[in-house]
Design a binder for this molecule. Structure first.
Ligand code: AMP
Length: 358
């Protein structure tokens, strides 16, 4: 267990690292943040920082020498880089969780081996495997790169009745190993944010209903419009996943809800998650504080929600809406301090709260 005043290492200085650093500070811990950029959002709130590539072994060793525990905001850190550290300075969540999440084949196999359903998927090692996979998935699907995809990047929708989409998919599959996922006609998308502590205690936040635009999260609404059975299924999947991985920290798991209410796992993130940002406004503990509690080894809190809410991301020019958002007293604004506004860039979010209905 860390003591007040001890240093926590955070790999990645984006908005998630920033919000983790703020929460660490509120609990009395100090942070050392590693990021390749000279002035990323999180440095403003960190006590020390290291400017270096995520896979710079010497920089990671320096981070480990300065800190009692290392965590990360970004799951594409090379596992090998962390593996050399974990003997002396623990890395939470562990590298098994990190490796599982980094490759869509490993991730889907992990869930399927636990008896947890995902979209049907085909490993596309060679471009010529695409035609057969498309035939087997009814002529429609989504081709996704096995690694390094985020916010809808590294993927394309394929429909055999539109030859240009097949050509685009062939091109992507020539460039890098991919998977083809069958196209799911879901009724809604939901996610669960769950925490597991060093002693194995699990706490889950209430389930959010998510709407994406252009592959990027647009809104998260809580409570989600789902049945009790669906809710219990999501919680049970979260417990199974965290326990199986011997996980410490916060995890976000995203699901598709089928018309019959049954869940398919889309993916999981071994870190705090955009669809959990609402927790800072509508719960007694935020996902960021809960993550810090878990990784430093202090008890995690009851994840109690006191309000209904809708969280919306501010992307690119949405920044023009800030003055209007500030005029609402029921709305909590959180900006990430990014100097430059760019199309598609997450600049902040806001959460409107209303009295709790269920
Ligand atoms: P991902 O990056 O895999 O989370 O995908 C981004 C978004 O694309 C998801 O949140 C869904 O809205 C959509 N999507 C991804 N996979 C599928 C699928 N197999 N079927 C239908 N929609 C999907």
């Amino acid at each position: 267990m860390l003591q007040v005043g001890d240093n926590i290492g955070i790999v990645g200085g984006g908005q998630l690292g920033r919000m983790l650093a703020i929460s660490a500070g509120k609990l009395g811990f100090k942070t050392v943040i590693l990021d390749p950029q000279p002035n990323p959002p999180a440095f403003e709130f960190s006590d020390q920082h290291i400017i270096a590539a995520y896979d710079d072994a010497d920089a990671l060793k320096k981070l480990a020498s300065l800190t009692k525990v290392i965590t990360y905001e970004f799951e594409n850190v090379p596992v090998e880089a962390f593996d050399t550290l974990s003997d002396n300075t623990p890395v939470h969540p562990n590298t098994k969780a990190l490796a599982t999440s980094q490759d869509r084949v490993t991730e889907k196999s992990f869930f399927n081996n636990l008896g947890i359903e995902t979209a049907p998927w085909f490993d596309i090692i060679l471009p010529q495997m695409l035609d057969r996979a498309l035939k087997e998935s009814g002529g429609k699907g989504i081709l996704k790169t096995r690694r390094f995809g985020y916010d809808g990047k590294g993927q394309c929708r394929v429909d055999v009745s539109k030859p240009e989409t097949v050509a685009e998919a062939k091109k992507l599959s020539q460039e890098t190993p991919c998977i083809l996922e069958g196209f799911i006609d879901f009724v809604r998308e939901i996610s669960i944010i769950a925490a597991r502590s060093v002693d194995g205690t699990i706490e889950t936040f209430d389930i959010a209903e998510n709407v994406h635009r252009d592959g990027i999260l647009h809104t998260s609404t809580v409570p989600a419009n789902i049945t009790e059975k669906t809710r219990e299924q999501a919680i049970s999947i979260a417990h199974k996943t965290l326990t199986e991985l011997n996980y410490i920290g916060i995890m976000g798991i995203e699901f598709f809800v089928n018309p019959d209410g049954n869940l398919l796992v889309n993916e999981f993130a071994p870190r705090v998650h955009n669809s959990g940002h609402w927790t800072e406004a509508a719960c007694t503990v935020s996902q960021f504080e809960q993550h810090i509690r878990a990784v430093v080894g202090i008890p995690i809190a009851k994840a109690t929600r006191h309000s209904d809410c809708v969280m919306e991301n501010l992307i690119g020019d949405d920044m023009d809406r800030v003055p209007e958002i500030l005029s609402h007293s029921d709305t909590m604004l959180h900006l990430y301090g990014k100097a430059e506004t760019r199309a598609g860039r997450k600049m902040g979010h806001f959460t409107k709260i209303t009295p709790k209905t269920s």
